[in-house]
Design a protein around this ligand. Structure first.
Ligand SMILES: [Zn+2]
Length: 315
């Protein structure tokens, strides 16, 4: 694989990660934020500290690309605007405007607001990489059901927002490329043509994580079908698989006190990575949320080493 990434919570980031990433041949570190840590605002505050910037520079000087993968719509379109502009927000399936998740994807004023916020977002991140991962909110039932939006499936609702976000970040970074995330509500095939500077990011959270994605399993078959159809729309060479192989948080249902060891099956991991590679996907990352120093001391580094070995072996 060309890009061999792991994604951790920014609250678990420290310089101690660097030797481990180097030993494992991991060349991309994604930083992620949970809503309980302030989401985008939390990570932006953290990034404004000089010592944090120095640490990130240190990783990049040592060959690790640092990127930010964040659910950001609530930051791009603050919910405090709801009282003044309810039409900028989504209509739920009861026909009520609500500020709970995401936005209306047909309201041009709201979309323009998001576009301008995306410029500020890129400016505050001030990242070296040209790859941006600015995702919609982390929810499953967050589509807009208004008269104009209800004709769009989840992937197209995502696409309409992403086109504006891309326009906004390009004003800051003309070389910017933006992730088109296939996950939860947007786990579908878009009918609207993507911009040439969007790349597919496929996050199969609802796959069966305990058997290989290539086997006979209804959930995995569905995931493969969607991915293979998406690759007729998005180029495989820029596509990224976003997996959950090392995601301690998923396997304890995001209850940190229950974080336990990972069951890493080398054969399964190998088959999964080989499958992505066979489709022409050369960029892979895995979530590793809740994998912090304490976890690593307790359960060791075998799982991450196994992942590193496989993504380095498979081209
Ligand atoms: Zn709408």
């Amino acid at each position: 694989m060309n890009k061999r990434g792991i994604i951790i919570l920014y609250t678990d980031f420290s310089r101690d990660w660097l030797p481990l990433l180097k030993v494992c041949g991991i060349n991309k570190l994604g930083l992620h934020a949970l809503y309980c840590n302030g989401g985008v605002e939390g990570i932006m505050q953290w990034l404004s500290k000089e010592e944090v910037r120095k640490d990130i520079d240190f990783f990049e000087e040592n060959g690790i690309e640092v990127e930010y993968e964040l659910h950001a719509l609530d930051w791009l379109l603050p919910r405090s605007l709801f009282a003044a502009h309810p039409d900028w927000f989504r209509m739920n399936d009861l026909g009520e405007r609500t500020k709970d998740w995401n936005c209306c994807v047909s309201n041009e004023e709201g979309l323009s607001y998001i576009e301008r916020s995306a410029f500020r977002y890129a400016e505050l991140l001030a990242q070296k990489s040209h790859n941006y991962y600015i995702w919609r909110d982390d929810t499953k039932d967050g589509l807009c059901h208004c008269e104009q939006c209800k004709k769009y499936n989840g992937a197209d609702q995502n696409m309409l927002v992403m086109k504006h976000i891309l326009k906004g970040i390009k004003q800051y970074d003309p070389q910017a490329k933006l992730s088109f995330l296939t996950y939860q509500d947007s786990f579908d095939i878009p009918l609207i043509t993507p911009d040439k500077d969007m790349f597919l990011e496929f996050a199969p959270i609802e796959r069966n994580h305990f058997v290989s994605i290539i086997g006979k399993d209804a959930q995995n078959e569905k995931n493969r079908e969607i991915l293979e159809r998406l690759l007729k729309i998005f180029p495989a060479e820029t596509a990224q698989a976003l997996e959950y192989f090392l995601d301690v948080s998923l396997f304890c249902q995001w209850q940190r006190e229950k974080a336990g060891p990972l069951q890493i099956d080398e054969k399964r991991l190998n088959a999964d990575v080989a499958y992505y590679s066979s489709l022409g996907i050369k960029n892979i990352s895995t979530f590793a949320a809740f994998m912090d120093c304490e976890w690593l001391q307790r359960y060791g580094t075998n799982a991450i080493e196994t992942y590193g070995k496989i993504v380095n072996e498979i081209e």
